[in-house]
Design a protein around this ligand. Structure first.
Ligand code: PMV
Length: 340
């Protein structure tokens, strides 16, 4: 999209707070691996194309304001001030916004997630998109959606997709919307297997996979095929074809990670048990398919009308703590308020 969204443009916000909200997105076709970067603004360019659905109800909300008297940026995530690598991950977004706005002042940022952080529920994606939108609006930048997506990407690759509502594709510097949320009445049922923080970040896991897994090359080489199949399936609302592409992409991504040295295995016994339930539901006529990201939780794609039945089948799996039914959600929103 090339238009400059009015919600995002406006004067520099000196005496107020900007609040941005961005939804979690789930990749149906996975991003796993980075293209080589020539400069700082090439960070997190994808080695393979991905397709996602942004969800309703699971989001990050970020409040940003300038802190001209502070020595450094402050980022408070769910009540805890980030230090070290956590803060470093946000810096490329903050620095890029300052560079584009020709501003030197540090930011004061508060973020809260409605999802467990770093548990394979893509809170890094919604967090990066909300951070990019809130700080860009604070700085008074006039950006296209694509330009905003490219800034979000600097915080988290998958964040480039959370700028957009509904179905998005990402295969270059910025993601793009492919269908609005109303396009197709599907749901994603999340089976929560663990809320524990993962020990290895997806960034580090991708690096380890690319460096040491003999399965990484074939994963990247075959990714385009799954991407093309998913785009066609989405266009024609062909759920069986979309599920086939999604499960193929997921399995190959995880296989490439499992082939790393040391191996990277996100699956728990309950993850596998949930996958078996999905296979059994499908064998008995409920069209649904599963995917997993950098964590043990299982996300199941199905028709919205089947979501309650899918959720109750997953709730019965030993080791599944709870389930969440999510519908397609909106893109990032931004508002400016007076308070300091
Ligand atoms: O954007 P990151 O660094 O959090 O990596 C996301 C990786 C996966 O969630 C596993 C796949 C994806 O495309 O979202």
């Amino acid at each position: 999209m090339s238009e400059r969204p009015s919600a995002l443009s406006g004067a520099l916000v000196l005496d107020g707070v900007v609040t941005a909200r961005a939804g979690v997105n789930i990749a149906l076709i996975k991003y796993w691996g980075k293209a080589p970067a020539r400069g700082p603004n090439d960070a997190n360019l994808p080695a393979c194309p991905s397709v996602s659905l942004t969800l309703d109800g699971l989001y990050s909300e970020t409040r940003a304001r300038f802190a001209p008297d502070a020595m450094d940026d402050t980022v408070v995530l769910d009540g805890e001030a980030l230090q070290g690598p956590g803060l470093d991950r946000m810096r490329p977004v903050l620095d890029r916004v300052r560079e584009l706005g020709d501003i030197a002042a540090p930011f004061f940022i508060e973020t809260r997630n409605t999802v467990p952080t770093a548990a394979g529920l893509a809170s890094s994606a919604s967090g990066a998109a909300a951070l990019a939108a809130a700080t860009a609006r604070c700085a008074g930048l006039s950006l296209t959606w694509g330009e905003l997506s490219a800034i979000a990407r600097l915080g988290s690759g998958s964040g480039s997709r959370s700028v957009f509502g509904g179905w998005a594709a990402w295969d270059g510097p910025e993601a793009r919307p492919i269908h609005p949320r109303e396009h197709w009445d599907l749901a994603i049922v999340v089976a929560l297997v663990s809320k524990a923080r993962k020990s290895l970040s997806s960034r580090e896991a991708m690096r380890q996979t690319a460096r040491t897994s003999p399965l990484y090359g074939p994963w990247v080489e075959t990714a385009q095929e799954a991407f093309d199949a998913a785009l066609a399936a989405l266009k024609h609302r062909d759920l069986a074809a979309l599920i086939e592409a999604m499960e193929t992409s997921t399995m190959r991504m995880h296989a490439s990670a499992m082939g790393a040295k040391p191996p990277i295995l996100y699956w728990k016994p309950a993850s596998l048990a949930a996958i078996e339930v999905v296979q059994s539901l499908r064998a008995h006529g409920t069209l649904c398919g599963w995917t997993m990201d950098a964590g043990p939780n299982v996300k199941v794609l199905c028709r919205a009308s089947d979501a309650a039945a899918v959720a109750s089948a997953l709730d019965a799996v030993a080791g599944v703590g709870s389930t969440l039914v999510c519908r397609p959600g909106p893109g990032v929103t931004v508002r400016v308020s007076e308070e300091g």
